[in-house]
Design a protein around this ligand. Structure first.
Ligand SMILES: [Zn+2]
Ligand SMILES: [Zn+2]
Length: 294
């Protein structure tokens, strides 16, 4: 079945996200927008996943607990887990691998932990957007040890994107998926305004001025090239592998390309998610889809 997804969303626990990105509101808005499977992926933390899971369940919305890890190379990677227990165990592991640098809310923003009713459980004192001491090459194996899957986030971006930082996909990186940003879908609905620049800030895309790769940047990064054709978000997603075909030469052959919003504010949540043909609208369905690319 075709499942509309958004597998990269930040809550108010991410310092760079709006404080009205409560777990309950992001789940409710995603449901209203037609998503059927979402993942919460705060920076280096999964501690708002229990509240988001409860909110999603109330809407009958599929939910995957996750995290966006910043690696030792400053590469962002989306990590997704089969259940809250695995995600929170991994959360504890990552917490031991990020530097003990205090957050400065007046500079970086608050890091708020909520329960399912929106009540504040606390704030995270340690800055969550710093890099951990784990390499992108080691991360997939560690995540697998917690039952999860991971893949590089927003590879279309220079900042914190694998291709922008390393220049190419390392042959020894054994993951079968990569993410590009869904913002161009939103642009189609909003008349072209307001690209979501996400946690990486305003950036140019990967491949700028690098010959053929510049097309990939224009298509997904800036939303003005061949990739950003007219049509609904659903169409853009269903044909994703063709639509994002320019990235195929930049990632392992056969690997899945996943588009997600990287939403940091409610208005970033897309009116149409990224459709994927899944056997079930849950982690196991997604994992099977990713692994079937092997
Ligand atoms: Zn990111
Ligand atoms: Zn993000």
């Amino acid at each position: 079945m075709t499942v509309r997804t958004d597998l990269h969303i930040h809550s108010c626990l991410s310092p760079c996200a709006d404080e009205d990105m409560t777990p309950a509101d992001l789940a409710g808005m995603s449901f209203i927008n037609g998503q059927r499977l979402i993942a919460l992926t705060d920076h280096n933390s999964a501690r708002n996943c229990p509240a988001a899971a409860a909110a999603a369940a109330a809407y009958g919305l599929g939910f995957i607990p996750g995290m966006e890890v910043t690696t030792s190379e400053d590469i962002h990677a989306v990590c997704l887990f089969p259940d809250l227990c695995c995600a929170l165990d991994f959360d504890g592991y990552i917490y031991r691998h990020i530097p003990d640098i205090p957050n400065r809310p007046e500079v970086f923003g608050n890091q708020v932990i909520l329960d399912a009713d929106g009540c504040v459980l606390g704030t995270e004192p340690r800055l969550l957007i710093t890099g951990c001491d784990i390499s992108i090459l080691d991360l997939p194996g560690i995540v697998a040890g917690y039952g999860g899957v991971c893949y590089p986030a927003h590879i279309d971006r220079e900042g914190n994107g694998l291709l922008g930082i390393l220049g190419a996909w390392p042959p020894e990186l054994d993951v079968r998926a990569a993410e590009v940003n869904l913002s161009f879908v939103k642009q189609q609905f909003s008349g072209g305004a307001g690209q979501n620049t996400g946690c990486g800030g305003a950036e140019t895309g990967v491949g700028a001025g690098v010959g053929a790769e510049a097309g990939a940047r224009a298509g997904v990064g800036a939303g003005t090239g061949a990739g950003a054709v007219a049509g609904t978000g659903a169409e853009a997603g269903v044909e994703n592998n063709d639509r994002f075909g320019r990235f195929r030469g930049l990632i392992p052959e056969g690997a899945r390309l996943i588009a997600a919003s990287d939403a940091h504010r409610l208005s970033d949540l897309p009116p149409a998610g990224f459709p994927i043909e899944l056997e079930s609208a849950d982690f196991s369905g997604l994992a099977r889809w990713i692994n079937s690319a092997r």
